[in-house]
Design a binder for this molecule. Sequence first.
Ligand SMILES: Nc1nc2c(ncn2[C@@H]2O[C@H](COP(=O)(O)OP(=O)(O)OP(=O)(O)O)[C@@H](O)[C@H]2O)c(=O)[nH]1
Ligand SMILES: [Mg+2]
Length: 452
Amino acid sequence: MDTIVALATPLGRSGIGVIRLSGEDALKIAGELTGEENFDPNPREANLRKLTDPDSNELIDEALITYFKSPNSFTGEDVVEISCHGSPVLLRQVIDICLKLDARLADPGEFTLRALANGQLDLSQAEAIRDLIDANSVAMTRQAIRQLRGEFSHTLQPLKDELLNVIVVLESALEFVEDDLPDVQTKNIRDKLTEIASKLGKLTQTFQAGKLIREGIRVALVGRPNVGKSSLFNALIGQDRAIVTEIPGTTRDQLHESFTLNNIPVSLIDTAGLRETIDTVESIGVERAKRAMNDADLVVVLLDIADRFTTEDEEILNATDDLNRIIALNKNDLDPSNGIRSKIENRKSKVINISAKTGEGLDALQKSIIEPFSPDQVESSGFLVSDARHNDLLLRSKAEIETSIDQMDQKLSEEIVLIGLHNAIRYLGEITGETTTEDMLTRIFSTFCIGK
Ligand SMILES: Nc1nc2c(ncn2[C@@H]2O[C@H](COP(=O)(O)OP(=O)(O)OP(=O)(O)O)[C@@H](O)[C@H]2O)c(=O)[nH]1
Ligand SMILES: [Mg+2]
């Protein structure tokens, strides 16, 4: 394999910047940089060396060089990591010299791809490295590290083994048994397949929580003008971000802010107050608010308890009846003006009294925001499937097995039943990469950035 090089740390000024080389010539290139012909340091030890430009012999930097001898390295090849001072100019200079010495600039994810190719990790672990680096919350880093430790692959392995056992029995029946399989055996196979399908089903059930950890919850604050949406927005994010005035129609465009609740990323959206308006700008805002409402995972409908209940309030409640919704009765610090409660008591939603002004009830609201997304499951349960690709493959595999079970029940031939089972095992193999096509690998690794 040719030798690849890339900056492993972010571009920018920093204390140190790490350049990584992987491939046959990694050590030779490092030797040229240190000016030592037979550079062969002990593996996994930090070596302080002067780096010089081999062309001009000019001193470039003092750096720590660590050698990882094949196969005991991340990629499985010879790897050299050079920790330079974190100057973008200097780092560029060192990389340019490596390129002149016949290294090639690594493609996105190429280090990880080589690790995969050399069997240092499987595909789901490689994806976990990307997820770990891209994580936006502590909960996501935890999931990614579990996947990186091979937890997902270990969960899948027994299922794949069992499926393979069934396939072997059916294949040999096809080869050697003249008549149909004995009923006992058919029943055993059917039970086994049902069990595998149900285990796959259980795994896919964790996807909702897993997706939530990865992408967070989109929460839209909606209500008619002046009910206190922007006040609540500011209170929840703990910043004076949105403009608040006593004039109805203050917020025109949507505002987004992200924060975390119990380690779960939340993307909060403040919207324009919903009402009929002839103002062009405001009416665009109202349209956007409606869209935000429908795209959100959760809508918080605000009502003003100190004001009368209007037809606009009624319409907003009607429009959100089928959505995942919390009703927040705001301005609880003021005297209630009317029987708002009687207007909402028949609606299916959690109702919480709050005051965006005093902060009263905000704890309860925050709890209710994450509650439907089962934060308990997120925190305490086992491994969660968080990648849509993995979930899709699990679902497909399960569907194939269920089709095969149906076919068995219809007494179709083993040959037909086997088609679905072969597909099922192939889909599971795609998760860990044994049966992933080149195309797919290219697609997956294009989501990595350079230096990984
Ligand atoms: N007393 C009291 N006043 C509040 C509370 N929340 C908001 N207000 C006041 O209500 C008025 C409107 O608040 P905003 O947060 O701008 O309301 P909004 O829903 O964003 O309004 P639009 O952007 O116009 O749709 C302001 O004068 C706030 O100070 C509250 O809990 N108690
Ligand atoms: Mg507002």
